[in-house]
Ligand binder design. Structure first.
Ligand code: CND
Ligand code: ZN
Ligand code: ZN
Length: 376
């Protein structure tokens, strides 16, 4: 491509600090270095985790930063020593890289990687620098993906080549929300056929948990949210019943215990609220229940619970990116979508041009949208 090896000037939504609207700026995107890939982003979803940064609930975020971690695009150019990815390939940037060599990568039970960005939040890619500049200032990249930009640079261990015919304006959700929820049911909880599940929080990630529970053959999927407007979509995704904690004057775990002969087999917290995490744990069956934390709590929040809950047979686990080994599994998930194994189109409630990104965040915060897909 004519732009290979050169700085690209393009538009990006820069987050200069918490509690400020994103600002569409002209940025410079440096060419990819060794083991890096520069991508033309075509579409990107807005996930609640981006909003956590905007609202200042995550510590140690380096500003200014370009958010966005649910994108899909086309490779513009590759740096030296990149193998298996070439200009023109359709790709999804990965929020958890897969170096293939570290202790996590070689363990089939883990989908983490020592080169991960999650929990580190320093906004740098592996070489420890940034590739974006705006007004002479280096701009960080959230989770190493920075998809709220027409072009971004990622590490080659943090990008998956996907099917040439994949519709990028939909499979972008496989970059985070869909895969995170779906995999937490299938890979982390390993939901069994005929089991009972409760899903707390019915945003894009929670609905994807429901889709996963359904694919796993759960017999009951109880959807829990404080916003009744989320229930119709939850039923469409596979929930068998919906409940609102505000409709009861007793703790929701008691309601769930009554509904399910003493507790669900699997419960999922998909909000990022430590109080709800405790309710989800208490909702699972005392002898054999499993609770999965998917929501990202504010940095300072602490969970507290009676250890007897665990001692009596419950299991508490967390799941990042649905337990998928990113580079290995994402291309297959894209094919599964194209083969109609699941329907992630249900999650897309809004489509907006990139310039309207702040409107997209408003829709998320008002509870009006599930996923807004921005097209660049
Ligand atoms: P979104 O905000 O769309 O959904 C959250 C839902 O929870 C909304 O429907 C709310 O109405 C509902 N809710 C809020 N408070 C309560 C409550 N007290 N009781 C019941 N329901 C409530 O968010 P999302 O689906 O985009 O993301 C959900 C969480 O998942 C969020 O914390 C995000 O940061 C996290 C996440 C995790 C990962 C991962 O890899 N683990 C990846 N991406 C996002
Ligand atoms: Zn996300
Ligand atoms: Zn690794």
């Amino acid at each position: 491509m004519a732009t290979a090896g050169k700085i690209i000037k393009c538009k990006a939504a820069v987050c200069w600090g918490p509690n400020k609207p994103l600002s569409i700026e002209d940025v410079e995107v440096a060419p990819p270095k060794e083991h890096e890939v520069r991508i033309k982003i075509v579409a990107t979803g807005i996930c609640r985790s981006d909003e956590h940064v905007l609202s200042g609930s995550l510590n140690d975020i380096k500003f200014p930063i370009i958010l966005g971690h649910e994108g899909a695009g086309i490779v513009e150019s590759v740096g030296s020593r990149v193998t298996g990815i070439k200009p023109g390939d359709k790709v999804i940037p990965l929020i958890i890289p897969q170096c293939g060599k570290c202790r996590c990568c070689v363990n089939p039970e883990s989908n983490f990687c020592y080169k991960n960005f999650f929990g580190k939040f320093d906004g740098k890619i592996v070489e420890n620098t940034t590739r974006f500049t705006c007004k002479g200032i280096g701009i960080h990249s959230f989770l190493g993906t920075g998809t709220f930009s027409e072009y971004t640079v990622v590490d080659d261990i943090a990008v998956a080549k996907i099917h040439d015919d994949a519709p990028l304006d939909r499979v972008c959700l496989i970059g985070c929300g869909f895969s995170t929820g779906y995999g937490s049911a299938l890979n982390t909880a390993k939901v069994k056929h005929g089991s009972t599940c409760a899903v707390f929080g019915l945003g894009g990630v929670g609905l994807s948990v429901i889709i996963g529970c359904k694919v796993a053959g759960a017999s009951r999927i109880i959807a829990v949210d404080i916003n009744n407007n989320k229930f119709a979509k939850a039923m469409e995704c596979g929930a068998t019943e919906c409940i609102n904690p505000k409709d009861y004057d007793r703790p929701i775990q008691e309601v769930l215990a009554e509904m399910t002969d003493d507790g669900v087999d699997y419960s999922f917290e998909v909000i990022g609220n430590t109080g709800v995490m405790e309710s989800a744990l208490s909702s699972s069956h005392f002898g054999c229940g499993t609770t999965i934390i998917v929501g990202v709590a504010p940095s300072s929040a602490k969970m507290s619970f009676d250890p007897l809950l665990i001692l009596t047979g419950r299991t508490l686990k967390g799941s990042t990116f649905g337990g998928w080994k990113s580079k290995d599994h994402i291309p297959q998930l894209v094919c599964d979508y194209m083969n109609k194994k699941f329907n992630l189109d249900l999650l897309i409630t809004h489509k907006l041009p990139f310039e309207k990104i702040n409107e997209g965040f408003k829709l998320l915060c008002n509870g009006e949208s599930i996923r807004t897909v921005l097209t660049l």
